[in-house]
Design a protein around this ligand. Structure first.
Ligand SMILES: Nc1ncnc2c1ncn2[C@@H]1O[C@H](COP(=O)(O)OP(=O)(O)OP(=O)(O)O)[C@@H](O)[C@H]1O
Ligand SMILES: [Mg+2]
Length: 365
């Protein structure tokens, strides 16, 4: 599955811009502030309906405007072209359309490549709180096994229900026996979620260590996931029952996969706590590369990797190795302020910015 074109009509500083994308590595080059990140963000927005820069999509609306809109053309393995269009309007809210019609998230996800982003502020994935890593891991599992997409949501719902009852019990209402049904529900939702995470880590560990070594993380890098609640649904249910008194006292669930940590380490030490900036960056890249490698090997989809501003922070040897890794059949967009920082393999397809508007203006359309 390949993205063949992206249009920003408009997004932030980009108005009526259309860029055709080749398979393989595409480099987006231009001076600071010309809109390289805006272009990458437009692509991410068209595909996912979200931004990787902000949780408030209205930030994408041009200053003084009322609408942001991005469209991506995606070609699947059978050569079929589809168009994904995301928009956010101050008056009409947001839309995400497949070939002009509203579609549910699962259908949209099936009709686009899995997409991963490296951007300087995404380092929080390595150095931020565990919740970000859990969400990321669950997102990877959903891309790896589409049938498992709902596991995270199902668990979240079961947890919210059990917690609601716990807070009532903590306030002195109801009987603790009422928890039986919610314990069972939570355990049923927890077991497959933990299993998916376990399997994801088993697949990612080797590729992660390999990519990390190549990017210069010394001492061996590892991914570790040690679930609190492992085993069958029945075992997890028994574990919940054991902690029942404590949970009622606290008014919330104190045990389960919503508290698990995915640990990224080098030489056995947590990168979150002890890693240098450069080590954390290398670890994030290694994780994204590992995911890409696993997805490429496992499914017929071609993952898309968006690398915003990664080159400026790497020495020439690491730039070469990074681009060498991208030359694997997957699609990738790299932004850079100057062409000199890009190895030859990243210069086969270059988009130079700023770009003149390539589409009829909004007023004429
Ligand atoms: N909502 C918006 N409406 C209009 N312009 C915006 C909006 N948000 C950001 N901009 C402008 O977009 C420009 C930045 O674009 P972008 O971040 O894509 O630059 P860049 O090419 O990635 O630069 P750098 O090389 O510094 O990363 C800035 O001039 C900024 O003021
Ligand atoms: Mg930028």
């Amino acid at each position: 599955m390949l993205v063949t074109a992206i249009e920003a009509r408009p997004v932030r500083s980009l108005d009526q811009v259309r860029v055709e994308l080749e398979p393989g590595i595409v480099s987006v080059v231009g001076a600071n502030g010309v809109g390289k990140t805006n272009l990458v963000e437009s692509l991410y927005f068209a595909l996912t309906g979200r931004s990787f820069r902000t949780s408030d999509r209205r930030d994408l609306i041009p200053f003084g405007g009322s609408l942001a809109r991005a469209e991506a053309s995606v070609r699947d393995e059978d050569g079929l072209e589809r168009r994904l269009l995301a928009s956010i309007s101050r008056t009409d809210g947001r839309r995400h359309l497949l070939d002009g019609s509203p579609a549910d998230p699962a259908t949209l996800a099936r009709n686009r490549p899995p997409v991963a982003v490296f951007a300087p502020d995404r380092l929080s994935l390595v150095k931020g709180p565990p919740a970000e890593r859990r969400a990321h891991l669950d997102g990877f599992a959903a891309a790896r096994w589409p049938a498992r997409t709902e596991l995270r949501k199902r668990y979240g719902q079961a947890l919210a229900q059990r917690n609601a009852l716990l807070s009532r019990l903590a306030a002195g209402y109801g009987a603790s026996g009422d928890l039986d049904v919610w314990d069972a529900g939570l355990a049923d939702a927890a077991a497959p979620l933990v299993a998916a995470r376990d399997e994801a880590i088993a697949e990612l560990s080797g590729p992660f260590a390999g990519a990390a070594a190549e990017l210069g993380l010394e001492g061996g890098a590892s991914l570790e996931y040690a679930p609190r609640a492992a085993g069958s649904a029945e075992e997890i249910r028994a574990g919940l029952e054991e902690r029942r008194e404590q949970d009622i006292r606290m008014g919330r669930s104190s045990w389960g996969p919503h508290l698990d940590e995915l640990k990224l380490a080098t030489a056995g030490r947590s990168l979150r706590r002890y890693g240098s900036q450069g080590q954390q960056r290398a670890a994030l890249l290694a994780l994204l590369f590992a995911e890409r490698e696993v997805l490429l090997a496992a499914r017929r989809v071609t993952p898309l990797l968006l690398l915003d501003d990664v080159m400026s922070e790497l020495d020439p040897g690491r730039r070469e190795r990074l681009v060498g890794r991208l030359d694997d059949g997957g699609q990738a967009l790299i932004t850079a302020a100057d062409e000199q920082s890009l190895p030859a393999a990243a210069l086969r397809s270059v988009v130079r910015m700023p770009m003149p508007p390539a589409l009829p203006s909004a007023a004429a359309a």
